[in-house]
Design a protein around this ligand. Structure first.
Ligand SMILES: [Zn+2]
Length: 670
């Protein structure tokens, strides 16, 4: 087992400041931007900021996340002080955090808090009783066999419906169970060893733990066999099968579905989406052919494996990290406990913590400036659509309708989530985590049959990220990303357009990538393209599929051009939209584009700003996981892969046609 350190490690306690909008220290001036732009823009980053031992990769985004954690840490330490005049939200976030930090109390209790859950599994007398237990597992996020929740109806976004999906695996994705090659076989072997270790910690003798782990692996492999792979799941048509509730019984007759919906507290339903019906057919075969003792062993494993590891006794927590953090992702050291507890509190009570965060860290001026930039970039897209030579007028009208219907959500929600019914008890880390999970699942399931709340955010305000949601047709920028280096009030406009402007453009373009383009302005899955334009879109994106499939991430692990297509389209479209908006802004302000400032022209600053979004490094183990599970390309290709497609880049840096960053043939969708 890996040695984990929570105190005194230079890495886990190192503090990071936010980088400025353009950091010239990061630039490797000895390299040629036309040959290798990521080396030029970011060559010194990893020398100045090597990957900390408690991370599997590092870059400017992770630095902001580290900075944010420190800010939240101070807020939580203060909220944790009992006796102070705490409001109800401060009591909750303070006590949630303090309970998580109390590892002695967690260790002292051992597996006692789990005993009621373990008893429920032990008391299963027949497979007929399985349904109620699976319903309960869904409410406490135990990943047993399947996934159940709520979603907007993909074809009628006004409706919130119940949704059943595949689930039940312990490895990151279904292909992990079948992929050939040394690395994949090693991971499977280590996974079985990990299950064995966990079962031993639960009290099983070695030989039994070993054979149980094999049986669990066999069962998960059979589940994986009937699961849909991650690339096929990108197409929304593949995961949409609306059916009457009665039809689910035809797929998996061995489960009592009426009971299941009742036990999960689902409001009355007549129909639901079964994302992958083949899985539910296969699940039935599996449930009938697997003996009850194996099912019970599997459920015990899933129970422990699904529990947030920071509330597990230390031996379990260390073992969990050793496989999922160290072996799978190459991370040398566990993160400091306070960082994990800050993150856990954000996960459980993000909008309570977020209120304190926003009041302190997010001035109205940042919201104002971001909104202005969003409008500029939406205008840029409007103009861009006009100039597209491959799209016909009818599709253009529909594309603009969709663009104009996009809602812009900046910083934090107008209405904060009400946590008054969630009970947080000091010194009960496990109970707090379970109650928070159940609270959230009930909140989600209660939406079924109700009108959609369009103001809701899917990320907490401190999150350093952003997203587009096709069913909502909205772009969302939590406050956490609207700070330096991404948005820096002290940077030049050119740098800000390259940084946050490209991110805004990225989210906007998601509305028009291989997935987003299948949804209309109302958020409904419906084809608004003429057949000819749809075909042309696919030809355009094929170019990107080929380009990115040519990139090698590590050893034999190549980028999957189909899996990453949406993100690559968004990266490419996003930078172009930011560029159009930046030029318009410069024109408005009468900025002389030939005038160098600090050694760089405004256009060069724009591209350097973009490039420095993607500085940093990723450990090889994590790179392998990334290309197999993550729709985002590795950082180097998010940079080089994009500027190669913009001749404007080559012109700005004086590159010659045919140099690596200025190829003769390049891809362009938007
Ligand atoms: Zn994206």
């Amino acid at each position: 087992m890996a040695q984990t350190q929570s105190k005194g490690s230079p890495d886990t306690e190192k503090t990071y400041e936010r980088l400025p909008g353009l950091d010239k220290q990061l630039i490797d001036t000895t390299s040629d931007p036309c040959t290798d732009f990521s080396q030029y823009a970011c060559g010194n980053f990893s020398k100045l900021y090597p990957i900390p031992n408690d991370r599997s990769g590092f870059g400017p985004g992770a630095m902001v996340a580290e900075y944010n954690q420190r800010v939240l840490h101070m807020m939580l330490e203060q909220a944790a002080e009992v006796g102070s005049d705490r409001g109800p939200n401060e009591q909750k976030i303070g006590d949630y955090y303090a309970s998580c930090m109390d590892q002695d109390a967690i260790n002292h209790k051992g597996l006692a808090p789990f005993q009621p859950e373990l008893d429920r599994i032990a008391e299963l007398n027949s497979k007929n009783e399985l349904t109620s237990l699976l319903a309960h597992h869904q409410l406490v996020n135990v990943n047993s066999f399947l996934n159940y929740g709520e979603q907007q109806d993909l074809k009628d976004a006004r409706k919130q419906i119940a949704a059943l999906d595949q689930g039940g695996l312990g490895l990151p994705e279904r292909d992990y169970y079948f992929r050939a090659g040394e690395a994949a076989e090693k991971t499977r072997k280590e996974y079985v060893q990990h299950i064995t270790n966990v079962l031993k910690l639960m009290g099983e003798p070695e030989s039994q733990a070993m054979s149980d782990a094999q049986a669990i692996m066999q069962l998960e492999t059979a589940l994986a066999k009937v699961s849909m792979d991650i690339t096929s799941r990108r197409d929304p048509q593949n995961v949409y099968h609306l059916m009457p509730v009665t039809e689910v019984a035809g797929l998996t007759p061995d489960l009592a579905w009426t009971q299941f919906f009742k036990d999960t507290g689902t409001p009355p339903i007549t129909e639901l989406n079964v994302a992958n019906p083949d899985f539910f057919k296969g699940l039935n075969t599996l449930l009938s052919s697997t003996g009850l003792p194996v099912i019970k062993t599997y459920l015990r494993w899933q129970l422990i494996n699904s529990t947030p590891s920071e509330v597990l006794p230390k031996a379990f927590d260390d073992e969990h990290f050793d496989f999922y953090g160290h072996k799978l992702r190459g991370q040398p050291e566990q993160r400091a406990r306070w960082k994990r507890c800050v993150q856990a509190t954000d996960g459980a009570l993000g909008e309570a913590l977020g209120q304190v965060y926003v009041a302190q860290e997010f001035p109205p001026s940042s919201k104002q400036a971001t909104l202005q930039m969003v409008h500029d970039i939406e205008t840029a897209m409007d103009q861009d659509i006009d100039t597209l030579d491959w799209m016909g007028p009818a599709t253009k009208v529909r594309a603009k309708e969709k663009l104009h219907a996009i809602a812009d959500k900046i910083g934090y929600p107008d209405h904060w989530r009400d946590y008054s019914k969630l009970v947080v008890v000091r010194a009960d880390a496990y109970g707090n985590a379970m109650r928070a999970i159940e609270f959230e699942n009930h909140r989600e399931l209660a939406k079924i049959g109700k009108p959609v709340d369009r103001g809701e955010f899917g990320m907490s305000p401190p999150t350093v990220n952003a997203y587009y949601n096709p069913s909502m047709n909205d772009i969302n920028f939590p406050a956490g990303i609207l700070q330096p280096p991404f948005y820096d009030p002290h940077a030049t406009d050119a740098e800000d357009y390259g940084h946050i402007g490209a991110i805004v453009g990225h989210e906007l373009t998601h509305g028009f990538d291989d997935q987003g383009r299948q949804f209309d302005g109302n958020g409904n899955l419906s084809d608004w393209w003429t057949a000819e334009d749809g075909k042309k879109f696919e030809e355009k994106t094929d170019c990107e599929v080929k380009e990115y499939s040519g990139f090698t991430a590590v050893d034999d692990a190549k980028v999957n051009g189909k899996l990453t297509l949406g993100e690559n389209t968004a990266d490419n479209g996003g930078l172009r939209l930011a560029y159009i908006a930046f030029l318009a802004d410069a024109k408005r302000k009468n900025i002389d584009l030939s005038q160098k400032q600090d050694g760089y022209t405004p256009v060069q600053q724009f591209f350097l700003g973009y490039g420095q979004n993607w500085c940093g490094a990723t450990r090889p183990e994590q790179l392998r996981v990334q290309v197999q599970t993550d729709p985002h390309s590795p950082r180097q290709f998010r940079l080089d892969g994009v500027v190669q497609n913009m001749p404007e880049f080559g012109q700005a840096f004086g590159c010659k046609a045919g140099q690596p960053m200025m190829p003769a043939n390049y891809c362009r969708v938007w």
